[in-house]
Write a protein that binds this ligand. Structure first.
Ligand code: FEO
Ligand code: CA
Ligand code: CA
Ligand code: CA
Length: 561
């Protein structure tokens, strides 16, 4: 209505917020359009054109020549006049990829290879096509990085006994990246991809007791995917150190298809969501990172060296200190350094078992830290705490930053470093929003003041700032539209104003999908948005559902972020 439009304009939103939807389609505001950019199975190389079948998916021979499954974090780069997208493929759905698999588990080594190839990272070139953007098939930049891609490691844990395997006795040449969830970009124009739920791909063929570290990281038993039955690399009874080679932040140079990705051990090993890089006042590199698990921590890495445009980047992500966050109940906070002195652990152990190091120094248990986004207009950082079914009781008592028991809605915490300096060891924090349902609850579960029946949502997850300083929030929650979630509809993308706290709904996803990953075309006229694990037959209207990156633009050609 006119009133909604006028109110949105007054709050600084350039669009009229939309209502909820429960269908298998995408919805965007009036005056905006969308269409797919690239779907699971779309060819990156002409030899794979037509390889995708709506009935059977992609054959194994073509599985590393197409766009991977379950799109997640992504970034846009420009190189020599070419526009490159780097896009994570987080996880695989065997029932979608393997129509013949019993109980959704692979039965052969070929099926395992197919699934492995559907994860990882895609680098692809895009170019203007029919008034929007399209994939440049056969671009020299196009590349798939999978479980099988040869990598290297740097930082204090590289080459340590903890990361040596039979295949790599030097502990310097890990293979592959997996469960690539959120993303980041370095200030020098490379891509950061973050390994999250890597634990789910390792299993134990010969039963033995789990080590305390395996328990803390959820590694052991039979895996969800049975890779360990067909490839000993995934069998922790044969290769106990292989999981230590996953759970890292990996740097990829999208401009050089021959480059070897680097796993940066200095940034710690946990279920990495994303990696948000900023700079301290003195020029040191700062990376904020969340560990997405109930009761795990928020981390900050600070380099020892400083950097300015044009200077060499050696050592910036391999020589520094890892910190973990303590959120005090008086809304102050501290970064606690993880060192041999503070933890009683060796430098290698601190990095490989960062969770245990964080516990040693008394970090604050959080409600599943997902994406972290830094405000480009001031020194202020936001972290989506998606939800936490285990919050409350003695094992994980509530605290001021995670204030609700059995937190099914989530909240977004933000902090401002002391003196506006990301290198400072203390900060002030507050809750930007507590998600909730004011139609169902009248207590804390109704959410904070900026949550209304018109904009409500649950489980904030993806987040990114647009260049105008607006916070884009993506959700990965309960889309049943029933009970505690009645009136919230499908997962969605909203825009939050950091100044006023106001939040407005911009997009809704097909039922079953989460919205994750957001980047823009270089001219900011098109937003690229990730749609992961859709239901129905989205977006083709028939056949299998296909996770996809979509493009959203304004009919009048104005910028949108
Ligand atoms: Fe892959 Fe925590 O989301
Ligand atoms: Ca996901
Ligand atoms: Ca996520
Ligand atoms: Ca999530």
């Amino acid at each position: 209505s006119t009133t909604t439009a006028a109110r949105a304009q007054a709050a600084g939103f350039a669009f009229t917020p939309i209502g909820i939807f429960t269908d298998h389609d995408i919805h965007v505001p009036e005056g905006y359009q969308w269409k797919p950019l690239v779907r699971w199975g779309d060819a990156l190389f002409s030899e794979a054109e037509g390889a995708y079948s709506p009935e059977t998916g992609v054959p194994v021979a073509m599985s590393d020549k197409v766009f991977g499954e379950n799109t997640d974090g992504m970034e846009t780069f420009e190189h020599d006049g070419h526009v490159l997208l780097t896009i994570n493929s987080e996880y695989v759905n065997p029932k979608i990829n393997l129509p013949a698999a019993s109980e959704g588990k692979p039965q052969t080594a070929d099926e395992v290879m197919l699934l492995k190839n559907m994860q990882g990272v895609t680098v692809l070139e895009i170019a203007p096509q029919d008034g929007t953007w399209g994939v440049v098939v056969d671009s020299a930049y196009n590349r798939r990085i999978t479980h099988e891609t040869q990598m290297t490691m740097d930082g204090p844990a590289a080459g340590s006994d903890l990361v040596k395997t039979n295949a790599d006795p030097e502990g310097m040449s890990p293979k592959g990246t997996m469960n690539n969830c959120g993303s980041g970009r370095t200030l020098w124009g490379t891509y950061l991809t973050c390994e999250e739920n890597f634990n789910g791909y390792f299993g134990m063929v010969t039963e033995r007791e789990q080590t305390p570290a395996e328990k803390r990281y959820g590694i052991g038993g039979e895996s969800n995917y049975l890779y360990e039955k067909f490839d000993p690399r995934y069998d922790i009874s044969a290769e106990p150190n292989e999981p230590h080679r996953h759970g890292w932040v990996t740097e990829i140079d999208p401009a050089d298809p021959e480059s070897t990705p680097v796993k940066h051990t200095a940034l710690g090993r946990f279920k990495h969501e994303n990696a948000e890089m900023v700079q301290a006042a003195d020029g040191r590199i700062v990376v904020y990172m969340g560990d997405d698990e109930r009761g795990e921590f928020i981390y900050r890495y600070v380099s020892n060296g400083t950097w300015a445009e044009g200077e060499p980047t050696d050592g910036l992500l391999s020589d520094g200190t890892l910190y973990v966050a303590k959120f005090n109940d008086d809304q102050s906070g501290e970064w606690l350094a993880l060192t041999p002195e503070t933890t009683g652990m060796s430098a290698e152990e601190i990095l490989v078992f960062s969770r245990m190091a964080g516990s040693e120094v008394g970090a604050t248990t959080m409600d599943r830290p997902e994406w972290i986004a830094a405000n480009p207009l001031r020194a202020e950082v936001y972290c989506a705490l998606t939800n936490n079914s285990k919050r409350g009781g003695d094992a994980m008592p509530v605290n001021a930053a995670n204030p609700r028991e059995t937190n099914e809605y989530g909240q977004i915490v933000r902090w401002q470093p002391e003196g506006g300096d990301h290198g400072a060891d203390s900060f002030a924090w507050d809750l930007y929003v507590m998600a909730g349902n004011p139609a169902v609850h009248s207590d804390a579960y109704a959410g904070s003041q900026n949550v209304t029946e018109g904009n409500m949502f649950n489980s904030p997850d993806g987040m990114a700032f647009s260049s105008d300083g607006m916070l884009w929030i993506q959700t990965d929650g309960d889309d049943s539209n029933e009970g505690d979630f009645a009136g919230q509809g499908n997962n969605q993308m909203l825009v939050g104003n950091p100044e006023t706290g106001e939040i407005a709904r911009f997009l809704t996803a097909p039922n079953g999908a989460e919205v994750t990953g957001l980047t823009w075309s270089p001219d900011r006229k098109v937003a690229f948005v990730g749609i992961q694990h859709p239901g129905g037959s989205w977006p083709d209207g028939a056949g299998k559902p296909r996770s996809a990156v979509i493009q959203v633009w304004r009919e009048d050609g104005a910028t949108i972020g």
